[in-house]
Design a protein around this ligand. Sequence first.
Ligand SMILES: [Ca+2]
Length: 79
Amino acid sequence: MKKFRLITAFLASIGMAGVAMGESQVDQLWSDLNADKNDALSADEAKASDQVQAQWSLLDVDQDGQLSYKEFSMIDLTK
Ligand SMILES: [Ca+2]
């Protein structure tokens, strides 16, 4: 799966310049919270993380009540 990780890192570096430092932590948190392994994080799944809950309204850009990976990847793990 090394190739997949490299591609993920590459795509992330294009989309989120400057956030690359926290990338693997974000990926880890995403897979921890995304219990059903679909493409979105539900409000229920987010309840497991105070950090995600605290930033939810900022992260849910399209306000559809769930976070896509793209939305989730904007999380600030230093907060
Ligand atoms: Ca959303």
